[in-house]
Design a protein around this ligand. Structure first.
Ligand code: HEM
Length: 459
């Protein structure tokens, strides 16, 4: 990275490319990783990107700067307000769109099922769901890793949110969600998320028309489930929907159906797309780099037959493989935007209230001073060095740290261990795989085609 001037007058934003804002937006949608590399090459670890339809965005890929943002007082930055792009997908009542006390209260409500002992208790069902999905694979029949992992992660999040992951209701919701998310599954199709003028309903066959109609069908199913539980309280269980149905706010009010539906869809979407993609990347690296897979298998085999999920989750090399997967091609290239509500000082520079900052996950994860040969997949780096929460940031940080990070890490570890310890997989072809935009996430371009070659004799 090149060095940049150390001081700026208040109001003067860091440098950035002078190309037209529409051109910058197209680059950001179509080739985000390459574009970030061009920026860091030219401007270092703080720069301003100007995207059509957005305020100037100050990108930060410097651990000190990221620390200053993540550890700032909740009063300093708004985040929900900057998430307008997510509104048509997740609705007005999504935690992603909240700020201040409302956000704090919502996190307090949703956090317990995703942390501590509760998360550990999902271990058995993650392994069971993985086994169910993998049992359909046939020898020499190629399949797409991302589709298989999406089936697993969607079932896991449904189990967490609704308390069930099987049956007709579940299948209907699962297939509608998959169909809905597929509508944004390429850079071109992601465009209507970024460009509001493309959000016009020209009937069921137009992309936006299809998007809103499919979403309505999902909301109808969620509504039916909410009504069923409200009228049959004996169906309330230990799941998140039951929890949300029973909680009241400070005025004693229950959550409304609209609030419930937006929050359910947020958890269902945020809770499975990302983890599914992370798993697809992990399988790609493991099949691409046999030495890494061999070392991982040795570690897993040392636990003996039918190991406890908790023991699996503590394995150091497995943890490092998951971390390196999330580092090299972070599923979400940037954390959510932070809008300064007051004048702030970041990296010794003064910025006015109203400046928007983007903690840049991808560029931080490719700093050569932190991650030498950063394009190489090398899990050992996580065993040799302890990274701070401002250097390794796949789940963002501070008060907006990903709500599901503990569940995501547990899922990655258990799915990988369950599969590689039992199935002999190979890449189905040698075509190069590149990261490609899928809505707000970056996914392997061809979903990683794999083929089952047999079963491991140790099982
Ligand atoms: C590998 C998987 C995942 C990755 C890489 C990931 C990444 C992220 C990132 C980068 C953020 C933004 C944090 C920030 O701006 O500081 C975030 C927020 C969030 N994530 Fe995840 N996530 C993953 C899995 C999950 C899962 C399993 C859930 C399930 C509940 C989840 C729910 C959320 C929610 C609700 C937020 C918003 C938090 C808030 O606004 O306070 N994520 N995630």
């Amino acid at each position: 990275m090149t060095t940049v001037p150390t001081s700026l007058n208040k109001n003067q934003l860091p440098d950035g490319l002078k190309t037209p804002a529409l051109f910058q937006l197209i680059n950001w949608i179509a080739r985000p990783f390459e574009y970030l590399e061009e920026y860091t090459e030219k401007y270092g670890d703080i720069f301003t990107m100007r995207l059509f339809g957005f305020p100037p965005l100050v990108f930060i890929a410097n651990p000190q700067g990221i620390k200053e943002i993540f550890s700032a007082d909740a009063q300093c930055f708004d985040v929900g307000r900057t998430n307008d792009l997510a509104r048509p997908i997740l609705g007005d009542n999504s935690i992603l769109l909240m700020d201040g006390t409302r956000h704090k209260r919502e996190r307090k409500l949703l956090m317990p099922p995703f942390h501590g002992e509760r998360v550990k208790s999902y271990g058995e069902s993650i392994c069971k769901i993985t086994e169910q999905v993998a049992s359909h694979w046939e020898i020499d029949q190629p399949f797409i890793a991302r589709n298989a992992s999406q089936e697993i992660t969607l079932k896991v999040i449904m189990e967490t949110v609704f308390g069930f992951s099987e049956g007709a209701k579940c299948e209907q919701l699962r297939s509608l969600l998959a169909q809905w998310l597929e509508i944004t599954a390429s850079p071109a199709r992601s465009s209507f998320i970024f460009l509001k003028f493309l959000q016009i309903d020209l009937g069921a066959w137009s992309p936006w028309g299809n998007f809103i109609r499919t979403k309505q069908k999902i909301y109808d199913l969620l509504q039916a489930e909410i009504e069923d539980r409200r009228t049959n309280p004996e169906k309330l269980g230990n799941d998140i929907l039951s929890l949300m149905l029973s909680v009241t706010d400070e005025d004693g009010q229950l959550m409304t159906d609209d609030q419930l539906k937006d929050e359910l869809i947020t958890l269902l979407v945020a809770g499975h797309e990302t983890t599914a993609t992370a798993l697809a990347w992990a399988f790609y690296w493991l099949e691409k780099l046999p030495k890494v897979k061999e070392k991982l298998l040795q570690e897993i085999d040392r636990l003996g037959k039918n190991p406890d999920p908790i023991e699996i989750s503590r394995l150091p090399y497995l943890t490092a493989v998951c971390q390196e997967t999330l580092r090299l091609y972070p599923i979400v290239p940037i954390a959510m935007a932070r809008l300064a509500k007051q004048d702030v000082e970041i990296m010794g520079r003064k910025f006015e209230s109203g400046t928007t900052f983007i903690p840049c996950i991808y560029s931080t994860h490719h700093r050569e001073d932190l991650y030498p040969n950063s394009k190489q997949f090398k899990p050992e780096r996580f065993l040799e060095r302890q990274y701070t929460p401002y250097e390794f940031i796949p789940f963002g940080g501070g008060i907006r740290l990903c709500l599901g990070y503990a569940l995501a890490m547990l899922e990655m570890k258990l799915v990988i261990a369950s599969i590689i310890s039992k199935y002999n997989l190979e890449l189905a072809d040698n075509k190069p795989i590149k990261p490609m935009r899928r809505g707000g996430t970056l996914t392997p371009s061809n979903g990683v085609p794999l083929v089952l070659k047999g079963f491991r004799s140790s099982c």
